[in-house]
Ligand binder design. Sequence first.
Ligand SMILES: Cc1cc2nc3c(=O)[nH]c(=O)nc-3n(C[C@H](O)[C@H](O)[C@H](O)COP(=O)(O)OP(=O)(O)OC[C@H]3O[C@@H](n4cnc5c(N)ncnc54)[C@H](O)[C@@H]3O)c2cc1C
Length: 417
Amino acid sequence: MIAAPASDVAVIGGGIVGLATALACRARGLGVTVVDPGGIRNAASYGNAGVISRGSLFSMASPGLRAKLPRYALNREAAVRVDYGSLLAVMPWLLAFVRRCDEASWRATAAALDPLCSAAYDEHWRIAGMIGARDLIQRRGWVKLYRSEAAFAASALERDILGHHKVAFEVIDGAELPQFEPALTRRFARAVWHTETGAVSDPGGLVHAYEAAARQQGVEFVGARARTVVEGDEGARVLLEGGGEVEARTVVIAAGAHSHALTRTMGYRLPLAAERGYHRHFAPTGSHALTRPINDTGGAYVIAPMKAGLRVLSGVELATPDAAPNHAQIGLAEQQARGTVAMGEAVEGEAWHGSRPSTPDGLPVIGRAPRHRHVVFAFGHGHIGLSTGPTTGKVVAEIIAGEATSIPTAPFAAERF
Ligand SMILES: Cc1cc2nc3c(=O)[nH]c(=O)nc-3n(C[C@H](O)[C@H](O)[C@H](O)COP(=O)(O)OP(=O)(O)OC[C@H]3O[C@@H](n4cnc5c(N)ncnc54)[C@H](O)[C@@H]3O)c2cc1C
């Protein structure tokens, strides 16, 4: 039975969003307790590509996606696979998602995400300076690679939207790529270099640094899973699995993809799905080191140079967070990645997998819970939670402290569903 002291703020979830929230609340002098069973290796904040992206303004619900759905549904594409056993559970998300595959919705998502993404790198750098983790962050941009002129031309709308939001990028001709990134062994027709994007060389290490700083600053940690949240007049209680509870004036739900199950226990039916992803590290063997993360759009994988080796990451697998892993997709990604950068043996035995906590419109859910005034939601960051976690933490602390938020939060309200 765990008995935790009453705090000003209890944060459920110790991933990047929860820990950034804890740090930002602590900086305002609030007493904070983080509830998390531990084992950061299970969190998306550990296993991502480490990209602090300025230009990730796009939801997966792109205008051209409907035409590709039959191939996705039959698991014929490496970019997206469906776990058929999870299909019923993800159906409400899927239907809402498909309804949004049009240009107007895509542009609306980009406009809402722009303030969050444009603040991302500076907020990362500021906190990394505070907690002594700047050695984990570089800013050499990241590169999207196109195998054909047709594929490059088909992504023109993306560049139009990036230009509209003043996101800096440079188009690099295929012939110039070998000088720009000598580690590439595959020929590409074009590349788009997002120059303001940063990269983390050890996302798990960064999260550890956040946690260590939080502990040092007096944040309490309770090693348990939250079962549900019950609201009272003066605050809310987090009821823990196995017994016990944590009381606080405000409870923040920042449990990544598991926020879906938690909010259901409180009577919400939010369309939150797990877009699962896999990664595996390989020893680099080429004479040139890869200097920045790359995304081969034709092969639907990312290679990110990390402390642990070359991290190869798969596309999306629609599945419930706890469904059994299927390593077919990361196998395909590895095959394709080997044609792009020289790689040796895998560094670890089995591929990692984890869940991008995803909404149909590609926007996170940030703000007070519609029917619980002592509860704040902070989840659903999809493909960009590592980038935008620190800014989310700052905004959540502003909401709790009753301050004006530093970015507009109306598009992120849970009421939109
Ligand atoms: C393959 C892949 C690649 C990615 N690449 C990038 C990238 O390059 N750039 C980028 O910006 N983003 C990327 N992302 C997305 C990013 O990793 C996530 O959006 C982000 O990590 C979400 O952070 P979070 O704190 O919300 O959730 P998580 O990191 O998943 O943390 C949730 C925490 O909640 C805890 N928890 C869960 N349930 C409970 C409960 N009931 N009680 C208590 N605690 C609970 C868990 O233990 C965990 O610690 C990627 C994701 C994946 C999977």
